[in-house]
Design a protein around this ligand. Structure first.
Ligand code: PA5
Length: 463
């Protein structure tokens, strides 16, 4: 299991002004936390609670269909091209970057066991899109278009371009075999198109928001298509889910994480939440976390209708790289952050530093390993931050494998849900995102958005 260490957020280490008296706080919040956990688990099976993500670890049917499809298309494609944005892309990116051999797309087919390369197109930059589409042999590319709503302008415009190119290269009938759509089971434009065109489809389940969808077909299908073991992932979620059903805050790491983040914000003014893995393979876990935390907790009103404008701002950082970038600020700038380190117990490889240049000032490095170095840097950074009375917590995963990554992401999802309850906000809505989407529809001339379009045009002219 993954471990959570919160000692460096405690008064005993970083002092009264910036630390929390965690024994006292856990005691004071234990009933509230217990009732939040019990309530989430009670509501998770009910419709419209947006808690179906808590059941995804048990969705054997989806796993079966995903595996069946992945084995059916095995060997037919050299590339997987995922089209999606936000929650429809970030989970897949985080997991494939963590679990595939590093630099996967640069490896030979043999080095990849003949599994395809994978590309996520999660932005609409015309230059990079054109470059990617020109580079890929579309005949040998399986396009997985993912959008829960089925109408997100970025994703659907990408798809229109890709479909057009595919059809030109493969012909009206054949091109369909190169498309698999992941979308709502009934509604949305992509569902309509998929039915009309006869695409293979997978479902984004009801009551699962984009940022909580990584363990549905949204994340599982791309993961399986490149040969990653999704059983390991499912086992990780299930074991973590079981552990996080414990209503005792002393035993529940997601509850501990949520309470510490919440209290650091509301009591100690630390409204910036830094996610800093000490592993390049976990770099995109931070991107995923940033979306999860920001979209879930950044809300203008609470559940009672009060204007609250809450939400700690998530920040991504990477160890050791950011020690040479953001760290000056983290150590000596405003004491307004809580930093979460992610540590890896055991790296896959051990990389020795040769005993050379012994006559110079870098001779001391010889005979050590890069593993020693990254671990020493993580330890020294944590201690240095605590010297400056800066709170940190540390999540340690035993290894970068499917089981641990699933545990980590699921734990962070539950932590977010519990934090949302502590803030008393609706964790699962995203009115701010919807507003921006609607403005885009209006500006791009979507039917039904004409009134907003003219208001927007005049605002754009004025501002
Ligand atoms: O978490 C969310 O709900 C959003 O980030 C969505 O995932 C994102 O806007 C993409 O939406 P869709 O999957 O409908 O294309």
């Amino acid at each position: 299991m993954i471990k959570f260490d919160y000692g460096n957020a405690d008064v005993s280490v970083i002092g009264q002004e910036h630390g929390l008296n965690l024994a006292q706080e856990f005691d004071q919040y234990k009933d509230r936390i217990a009732s939040i956990i019990a309530d989430l688990n009670k509501r998770k099976d009910k419709p419209e609670q947006w808690l179906q993500w808590m059941n995804l670890g048990y969705n054997e049917e989806t796993v079966w269909y995903v595996k069946e499809y992945a084995s059916m298309v095995r060997g037919r494609f050299d590339n997987i091209l995922v089209l999606g944005i936000g929650g429809s892309a970030l989970g897949g990116i985080a997991i494939t970057e963590a679990l595939l051999k590093p630099y996967w797309n640069l490896l030979t087919p043999e080095q990849r066991d003949n599994y395809p390369r994978i590309f996520f197109l999660d932005n609409i930059d015309p230059d990079s899109m054109t470059a990617l589409l020109d580079m890929l042999d579309l005949k040998r590319t399986l396009v997985n278009v993912i959008t829960k709503s089925g109408s997100t302008a970025e994703t659907m415009s990408q798809f229109m371009i890709v479909k057009d190119r595919l059809e030109k290269e493969l012909g009206e009938d054949e091109y369909r075999k190169n498309v698999v759509a992941t979308t709502d089971k009934q509604t949305g434009v992509l569902r309509q198109i998929a039915e009309q065109e006869g695409y293979k489809t997978f479902v984004v389940p009801d009551d699962v928001g984009g940022r909580f969808s990584v363990f549905s077909a949204v994340g599982l299908l791309p993961i399986a298509l490149v040969g990653l073991d999704i059983d390991d992932i499912m086992n990780g979620i299930k074991d973590m889910d079981l552990a996080l059903k414990n209503t005792d805050i002393h035993e529940n790491i997601a509850a501990q994480g949520a309470l510490i983040q919440y209290l650091m914000d509301v009591k100690k003014g630390k409204n910036l939440s830094v996610m800093m893995p000490y592993s390049s393979r976990l770099r995109y876990v931070s991107d995923w976390y940033v979306q999860l935390w920001a979209e879930s907790l950044g809300k203008s009103t609470d559940k009672d209708g009060n204007h609250v404008h809450v939400g700690p701002t998530p920040i991504k950082a990477l160890g050791a790289t950011d020690q040479h970038s953001q760290f000056q600020l983290f150590n000596e700038g405003p004491n307004d952050k809580i930093i979460t380190f992610i540590r890896v117990g055991e790296f896959d490889k051990t990389l020795e530093i040769p005993r050379i240049f012994e006559y110079t000032g870098i001779g001391y490095l010889g005979g050590k390993t890069i593993n020693d170095l990254i671990n020493a840097e993580a330890d020294s950074t944590r201690v240095s931050l605590s010297d400056y009375e800066r709170p940190t917590v540390t999540i340690t995963i035993p290894k970068v494998d499917g089981y641990s990554i699933a545990q980590l992401l699921y734990m962070l999802e539950v932590q977010t849900a519990i934090a949302g309850e502590l803030y008393n906000i609706d964790t699962f809505s995203q009115p701010g995102v919807e507003q921006a989407k609607n403005y885009t529809y209006a500006l791009m001339g979507r039917a039904g958005y004409e009134d907003s379009a003219s208001i927007l045009q005049s605002k754009i002219a004025m501002r």
